[in-house]
Design a protein around this ligand. Structure first.
Ligand code: NDP
Ligand code: HEM
Length: 517
């Protein structure tokens, strides 16, 4: 709110929305000092009408968040071999951007420090239009088919009957959806509760694509690595912070930027030439799996710095609208069916939440590129609505024309149109096992077991708990045993039910002897 101005001599006149000066903002017009209010006090009516309409729908997911402006600067132009995207064209090139971080499940007022993935949404105002990188702080996701998104999200929300929290639906869903195991393992590891937005990484998670001026396509995964270092909260710290200050992460980012302590992230990219996708031993378009760094090392691209707080939270953060559909020449999508499922979903959500002209709201406008098309009208159209026209194309007069030179290289696709099951066909266990055994150390694995046991303890059905533990047995027998014991089950019983299945399903699963030692 800035400096106090007690005498108020230089302040603007108070007016109604139509500009009429308001003589009195303290006392409603009444008939006599105690009398009824008069209908001609329009200023009062306008105040109440505006107030009654202050709320817009919150985001159906990622409702709680905060954001800031910043700059992306290229530090290594090796990347321009792979993409014609102008923002990556030369070392030192700067692109202004806006970032919004969020939790996924909770409503707008919910605490920041819960165990949940964090949204990591970036809008780059490039000279070729806005590019949105709508990612998360995790490299994988819970599901592999977009039609399961609303089912999954329902399990993260309150119970339909009483609007209370219950862990049963999420463990029911996860235990019936083994493709979730990698993301669930990640979530119950230390990184499931970042200490701040500044100390977490961001990932495209999906495989995207780049293409160069030779028409060569590369599949890419983007990693925004925090330069502040990874820092996480323990369960206890997170609960304490949630009680003290539900806006802990929002405040941390705001205060760091106000203090000039600008957080930065280094963008690195994994690059796979198009043809290698067919030979790679995992499907590179599977959102539940990473590309191991040994197979595809990280190539540095540039630095993102957040250095300016918004002036108004509602105008700039609440009204920010990101979408995986928003790309620019040189950056494109991939056959990942989850990504395909997201492309139409976001702008549809924005049209409901903000209206059909949401891209005319200043934070969403392409700041460095023109928008020219024949769309018109709609609620809250703010520009000249394309003036006198023509409002159709092709036409013989004037107006924008298509740009064939920005067409993407053709992509070969094949296969019978059908519905293909994936749960039994694709390995769900190797990468969660790698994470548990090779990435987590003993202390983190202990915290992981404790966190899972603590959460699953509240599940109402033993059958759900056992079904979930069996998935972890397949990923890592030792962890499976510890979870069984932690939840009061005899591990041998759970193992016995599962032995044949483990051996039959996963060729390189841990040997049975390891399970029953
Ligand atoms: P690497 O040893 O090359 O990489 C391991 C990665 O794990 C690093 O990126 C590290 O991030 C990250 N990490 C460290 N601690 C945790 C944690 N508690 N929770 C989640 N991630 C953590 O191995 P691989 O590339 O072969 O991957 C092995 C496993 O690591 C994967 O199955 C996956 O679960 C996990 N992982 C892999 C990533 C990838 O893109 N390959 C990305 C993130 C996780 P940092 O370097 O920032 O410390
Ligand atoms: C927000 C859909 C998966 C990251 C949203 C919103 C919808 C949605 C409808 C609300 C948009 C709004 O009202 O502003 C979906 C669907 C998915 C999916 C259908 C899968 C099929 C993912 C994945 C990621 C992701 C895999 C990350 C890799 C985000 C982020 C936001 C968001 C960061 C918040 C953006 C912001 O800050 O405004 N999603 N989502 N989503 N989603 Fe997804």
């Amino acid at each position: 709110m800035g400096e106090a101005d007690f005498d108020g001599e230089d302040r603007d006149p108070l007016t109604t929305n139509s500009g009429e000066a308001v003589p009195n903002n303290q006392n409603t017009r009444t008939a006599g000092p105690e009398g009824p209010a008069l209908m001609d006090d329009y200023h009062y009516f306008e105040k109440m009408a505006q107030f009654n309409r202050e709320r817009i729908p919150e985001r159906v997911v990622h409702a709680k968040g905060g954001g800031a402006y910043g700059t992306f600067t290229v530090t290594n132009d090796e990347i321009s071999e792979y993409t014609v995207a102008d923002m990556f064209s030369e070392v030192g090139k700067e692109t202004p951007m806006f970032a919004r971080f969020s939790t996924v499940a909770g409503p707008r007022g919910s605490p920041d420090t819960v165990r949940d993935p964090r949204g990591f949404a970036l809008k780059f105002y490039t000279e070729e239009g806005n590019w949105d990188m709508t990612g998360n702080d995790t490299p994988v996701f819970f599901i592999r088919d977009p039609s399961k998104f609303s089912d999954f999200i329902h399990t993260q929300k309150k119970m339909p009957a009483n609007d209370l929290s219950d862990p049963t639906p999420q463990w029911d869903f996860w235990s019936l959806s083994p493709e979730s195991l990698h993301q669930v393992t990640w979530l119950f590891g230390d990184r499931g509760i970042p200490a701040s937005w500044r100390t977490m990484n961001g990932y495209s998670s999906h495989t995207l694509s780049f293409y160069n001026d030779e028409g060569e396509r590369y599949w890419v995964k983007l990693h925004f690595k925090t330069d502040q270092g990874i820092e996480n909260f323990t369960e206890e710290e997170a609960i304490e912070k949630a009680g003290e200050n539900p806006d802990y992460h929002k405040q941390d980012l705001w205060e760091a930027i106000e203090a000039g302590d600008y957080p930065t992230w280094t963008l690195k990219v994994q690059v796979m030439p198009e043809a290698e996708a067919e030979e790679y031993d995992i499907n590179p378009f599977d959102l539940t799996r990473v590309w191991p760094h040994d197979d595809y090392p990280l190539i540095e691209v540039g630095t993102m710095e957040l250095n300016e707080n918004p002036d108004n939270y509602f105008a700039e953060v609440e009204q920010a609208a990101f979408s995986p559909a928003h790309v620019v020449p040189g950056i494109a999508h991939s056959p990942d069916k989850m990504l395909q499922g997201r492309i139409p979903s976001y702008d549809d959500a924005h049209r409901y939440r903000l209206g059909s002209n949401f891209e005319q709201i200043p934070v969403n406008q392409p700041k460095n590129a023109e928008t020219n098309n024949y769309h018109q009208d709609g609620a809250m159209r703010m520009d000249d609505n394309n003036g006198a026209g023509p409002n159709y194309e092709p036409n013989s007069f004037r107006g924008p024309v298509e740009q064939p030179e920005v067409e993407k290289p053709p992509l070969k696709v094949s296969g019978d149109a059908d519905r293909y099951q994936h749960r039994e066909r694709i390995d769900n266990y190797k990468q969660p096992g790698d994470l548990l055994r090779e990435v987590m150390d003993d202390a983190e694995r202990d915290r992981f077991v404790e966190a899972v046991v603590g959460d699953m303890d509240g599940v109402s059905e033993d059958g759900i708990k056992k079904r979930q533990i069996r998935h972890w047995f397949k990923a890592d027998p030792d962890v499976g045993r510890r979870l069984a014991e932690g939840l009061g089950f005899d591990p041998e019983t759970i193992i016995a039910d599962e032995l044949l299945e483990v051996e039959d399903e996963i060729p390189d699963a841990p040997v049975v002897d390891d399970l029953v030692d």
